[in-house]
Design a protein around this ligand. Sequence first.
Ligand code: C2E
Ligand code: CA
Ligand code: CA
Ligand code: CA
Length: 277
Amino acid sequence: AAQAADESMRSYWSGMGEVFRRRFQLVTQFRRAVDQGSITVQYQPKISLADRELVGVEALVRWTHPELGAVPPSEFVEAIEATGSIDLLLEHVLEIVLAQIKVWVDRGLRIAVAVNLSVRNLSAPDFPATVAAGLERHGVEASLLTLEITESSVMADPERYLPVLRQLHALGVNLSVDDFGTGYSSLAYLRRLPIDEIKIDKSFVQGMITDLGDLAIVRAIIDLGHSLGLRVVAEGVEEEAARDALKTLRCDDLQGFLVSRPQPIDKLESWMNSTMV
Ligand code: C2E
Ligand code: CA
Ligand code: CA
Ligand code: CA
């Protein structure tokens, strides 16, 4: 038995070694991956529930690693968050997105694009200036850019992030609170944040069909959002039953595999051509 325990400890530690080695690899190779073009974005449409029109798209970063294959953003974003690379990630994604918005505008299309922020991005002292400079350089209207920040990160220290959120809002960009319902919002702060939209976390959206508790939470978030004058988006919609329920509850927009998975730009454009007749 002692030997078996020994063996299991050994494989535990070598398993941990594997985890750390992979993490180290991601952190040290991120910059080069950006230079080599391995860090790209895919776009997921956001649709209005009332008339099924495209209201915008969300940019989601992708890393195709030569040895590891597709590395999930949840893994590498977390790994690079403690390093300066998190600013590089945002700059890189912003560059791609702003250039894309401009391409669309030149073709007569006004498509708002949402970019995910890490809380570390908000802490960079020159962050609003970086965003302003990017918009200016690409000649893109601020209202075509949305910045998404998770509820749990902002609400961990709302006093700290309020000034930077105000500066961003003053530029004219839209602010969205992501993963809403998981972050214990203080209602007093929620009211004071200069935000335009909240996104109901997909765990509730996916549970709402079978779980009355989740359904109650979804309903409460929609009503709360509307009473504060915010647009409410449901993410992770996979089933028609969820879409129908959300429509009945007067949720504004939806995103999810039911409508479309995140897709590379060419696939998104053929999707747009086939649905927006
Ligand atoms: P998120 O911002 O909450 O993005 C939604 C995630 O749910 C995406 O996963 C998306 O592909 C997935 N999703 C969309 N519809 C459905 C659905 O119907 N069902 C299910 N099961 N999933 C759905 P993804 O692309 O793996 O991204 C995971 C997280 O990584 C994001 O969560 C976001 O927190 C982070 N992330 C992605 N791109 C960036 C980025 O450019 N910068 C930063 N800082 N974080 C990013
Ligand atoms: Ca998001
Ligand atoms: Ca989310
Ligand atoms: Ca998330």
